[in-house]
Design a protein around this ligand. Structure first.
Ligand code: GAL
Length: 872
């Protein structure tokens, strides 16, 4: 009965999300129609079901000569429960009612509100499933509690104690609840298959607490107009149909001047030019029933008369349908396709996108900054482009836990509590992220979560946190291997029952190899990024090159995929020196399927930077649902070509010149799994470049210049990616002796060792005897090898190389496991050049990994004949 959307007229960012939806579900069902019912106690609903002699719902059904109520009961006389209309209603902080629509969704289980007949009329009208989200609180006014940001005079925040200029607490709560429900819509719409949803209308019934106060009455019209505009903006649905039911209790005989003035104000709202055809007001005075026909004498609750509430809901629904049917084409009415998201299958099916405070502000964050950033994420178009996590990094905490041992926000920086911060973020349709540290203190010396794991994860869940960045400063003191540590957090998060992304921030400690994906959705591959292009390239090389792994892997691509991502650290886009650098940085992160956590001050963002961070076709590459991380297909003198095969049969190619010399760069189709003539599109310029046979050349690329292109035709079968390195190439063999130089290390820090030679390429020798196998190192050098529990003993001869400087010392250590929590199982102590070699023969039974570490100041050392013996 309703026309289907014309999807293709919708914005490009919307298309992105729709594409995602296409791949994860068949669209066999139409998007759920969502209606929000908001207001105060009369939206809660006090229409009695049983109580009273007359005017209760049971009485109405029993005296139903006109057959108006027959749809409410089945042939056994039981209240019907709809299986196509569902409701979510949060009555109290801890009391959520949800299920198929029926009686009892009023203020108490014994009452009804407007939702009952509203849902029945709407449900009969639509083929689609309908979800009603009821958010209302008794005794609340539009002048204070629901005061919307633009009416508050400033884009306000809720402080404790409350300041009169603040945005209403319940305005924030209302939107936070709506967004929360939509995020987990499958919990409330049985049989939901990821078909998405559409926020289709908003119903408002409220007014009593404004009509009992002259100032509130005087400002009502203007407050309501602000409210409607702000709600539409915050929900991202311009033109969202709004139906207001007036505060008509007392009926036509009502003489109270403020009551009349308030109704007049409500009726006037529909006459605003921008509300024509999308805001309607129901005059409810007809629905007033006298005390003698009602269950109670209670004017402010419509004498608790069920008929009144039934009729209010009925009229609101009919008005709503009129608005939906009227005039403008659907696409114009709901132009923001971003709201029609398909629900997550698992967290982070594509790399998370958001903003993190660290790169822009360090530890100097506060409530005002965070609130302004949240506003800017919406206003700047970042949210529409896909950025949704707003993460508070280190520096948010009070220096001490409270008397219950719980983390608290710093009371000067965050005078409201942290939950209020989260509520504000949620009210903008964004997600709330927070920083914690696995060590006993954070990198900024604030309380760490070591030995408070469950408490802290539960605290975060109670604040509505959606994303946890877990740092690793001081974690080496925990005495627990990283997988052991992380398993504790995973369980603690699971115990909370809240879906929270876990982001491992451990400076690139090998999470890809030791099973980060069992615990977390992303893990760092690098040390901290800095605002310089050199640092950006170094970080990129940890994920896309040999910065942290053996060159044979060609980067870490084989360890990433939907739900688990390599993280070369947060973005410095906007903090670099020039546009070419920002573009190079962003292009690399997109091709490497890196999480896109912006790190610039959005309040001061130039258009140039905004255009980079929101470039739709570039982000589309990063967010491609196939989740194949890009990999290098060419590299020479700072010129690099990466390829990222996409889900739709095309592939993205980045041709980047990091070098100083101007250069031409050619990608051959055979390097990227294609042949013949292929279409090429420039993703930054959003321009088709034509069809090219065999190859494509980017001409004259200066330093940091690039071309990011999409090659091929959409709709063709996906182009296969390269073959991953099989695990036998990087794990010791079962029951045999494995020379470490014969397999690939899975993590390295510092200088990569040279295989079977000393660092300078000379043969490995001890006292004139030459050895074929071993690792030649230059300090500092750390390598991690995978044993998979298969080994028994580690043998090697540790010896200082003659190339070392006189008087400088080197130190060899072997650690069981990873750098954090890995216990040393061998330590040579400091050794000078010329000191006697040390024979190592140590037990490594049951170990999954060992770490060989050679430290010192610019010294050389060799692990000669290094091998793991596995006894059959
Ligand atoms: C570092 C981390 C940074 C930032 C900082 C906060 O360890 O890598 O991203 O979180 O701590 O102190």
């Amino acid at each position: 009965m309703q026309k289907k959307f014309n999807y293709w007229l919708i914005t490009v960012s919307g298309m992105l999300i729709l594409m995602l939806a296409f791949t994860v579900n068949s669209f066999s069902q139409k998007p759920v129609k969502v209606f929000i019912l908001a207001g105060q106690s009369n939206m809660q609903g006090h229409g009695e079901i049983l109580k009273g002699a007359k005017g209760n719902l049971t009485w109405l059904v029993n005296n139903d000569k006109a057959g108006r109520y027959k749809h409410l009961v089945d042939n056994k006389g039981e209240w019907k429960i709809r299986d196509d209309v569902f409701i979510y209603y949060k009555k109290q902080e801890n009391e959520v009612c949800s299920g198929g629509l029926t009686v009892g969704y009023g203020a108490s289980a014994n009452t009804i509100g407007p939702e009952l007949q509203f849902g029945n009329v709407i449900g009969d009208y639509f083929d689609e499933k309908v979800l009603l989200i009821k958010t209302c609180w008794g005794g609340k006014s539009l002048a204070v509690d629901f005061l919307s940001p633009s009416a508050a005079g400033k884009s306000g925040y809720r402080h404790i104690p409350y300041a009169p200029k603040d945005t209403g607490y319940y305005y924030v709560q209302m939107l936070a609840i709506v967004n929360g429900v939509l995020d987990s819509i499958s919990n409330y719409v049985p049989g939901y298959q990821g078909e998405g949803y559409e926020i289709a209308g908003f119903g408002w019934h409220q007014g009593w607490n404004d009509r009992i106060n002259q100032k509130n009455t005087d400002t009502y019209e203007s407050n309501m107009v602000h409210f409607i505009r702000d709600v539409r903006k915050d929900l991202g649905v311009p033109g969202l149909p709004f139906v207001i039911a007036t505060t008509g209790m007392g009926g036509w005989e009502e003489k109270n001047l403020r009551a009349l003035a308030l109704m007049k104000a409500q009726l006037a709202v529909a006459t605003y030019p921008d509300f024509k055809g999308n805001v309607a007001v129901v005059d409810t005075r007809d629905f007033w029933r006298k005390v003698e026909d009602s269950p109670a004498d209670q004017i402010y609750h419509w004498n608790r008369n069920a008929e009144s509430y039934f009729l209010i809901g009925d009229a609101m629904a009919r008005m709503m349908i009129d608005l939906l049917k009227s005039g403008r084409p659907e696409t114009e009415k709901f132009p923001v396709a971003g709201r029609r998201v398909s629900e997550y299958r698992g967290l982070a099916p594509t790399p998370p996108m958001g903003w993190n405070s660290w790169n822009a502000f360090g530890k100097d964050i506060n409530e005002k900054i965070i609130q302004e950033i949240a506003d800017e994420m919406v206003n700047s178009g970042m949210k529409a482009a896909g950025y949704k996590y707003l993460v508070l990094d280190d520096g948010w905490m009070a220096p001490k836990r409270d008397s219950k041992g719980e983390l608290k926000g710093d009371s000067i920086k965050f005078p409201g509590d942290m939950k209020a911060v989260g509520d504000y973020i949620h009210s903008k349709g964004l997600k709330f992220g927070i920083y914690a540290c696995r060590g006993y203190k954070t990198c900024q010396q604030l309380p760490g979560s070591y030995q408070h794991e469950q408490t802290d994860m539960s605290t975060f869940a109670s604040w509505g946190v959606d994303y946890i960045k877990l740092d690793a400063c001081f974690a080496e003191k925990n005495g627990r291997l990283s997988p052991v540590d992380l398993a504790i957090y995973r369980e603690a998060i699971n115990n909370t029952g809240r879906k929270m992304i876990l982001s491992i921030s451990d400076f690139g400690n090998g999470a890809w190899a030791w099973g980060g994906k069992k615990f977390a959705q992303l893990w760092r591959t690098s040390g901290d990024i800095y605002p310089s292009i050199g640092s950006v390239y170094n970080c990129a090389n940890t994920s896309g090159g040999d910065g942290r792994i053996h060159p044979a892997f060609n980067g870490l691509w084989q360890f990433a995929g939907p739900g688990h991502w390599n993280d070369p650290d947060m973005l410095e886009v906007g903090n670099l020196r020039k546009r070419t650098e920002d573009k190079a940085h962003f292009s690399l992160w997109c091709i490497l399927s890196a999480p896109l956590m912006a790190g610039n001050d959005l309040r001061k963002m130039s258009d140039t930077v905004r255009n980079i961070l929101t470039a739709p076709e570039v982000i589309e590459i990063n967010q491609d649902p196939r989740g194949h991380q890009g990999y290098k297909v060419f590299e020479k003198d700072g010129a690099e070509i990466y390829n990222k095969p996409l889900s739709d049969g095309t592939t993205a190619v980045l041709l980047l010149n990091k070098g100083k010399k101007k250069t031409d760069l050619t990608v051959k189709w055979k390097q990227i799994g294609l042949k013949g003539a292929q279409k090429v599109r420039d993703l930054w310029e959003q321009k088709d470049l034509g069809t090219f046979r065999g190859s494509f050349t980017a001409r004259n690329l200066g330093q940091d210049e690039l071309l990011l292109i999409r090659v091929g035709t959409r709709g063709r079968p996906p182009i296969p990616g390269p073959k991953p390195v099989p695990s036998e190439k990087y794990t010791i063999a079962k029951g045999k002796t494995t020379f470490l130089s014969d397999i690939y290390y899975v993590m390295k820090g510092g200088n990569a060792p040279v295989m079977n030679k000393n660092f300078n390429g000379k043969p490995l020798q001890i006292n004139g005897t030459q050895f074929d196998k071993g690792l030649g190192c230059k300090s500092k050098s750390t390598v991690m090898y995978e044993l998979d529990g298969l080994g028994d003993r580690f043998h090697a001869i540790a010896v200082m190389d003659d190339a070392s400087k006189e008087n400088e010392t080197g130190r060899f250590r072997v650690l069981a496991g990873d750098a954090f929590g890995g216990t040393p199982i061998f330590d040579s102590g400091k050794k000078e050049k010329g000191t006697k070699e040390i024979k190592i023969d140590i037990d490594v039974k049951g170990l999954d990994f060992i770490l060989l570490e050679f430290t010192g100041k610019e010294v050389f050392g060799n692990w000669v004949d290094a091998k793991v013996v596995a006894i059959d």
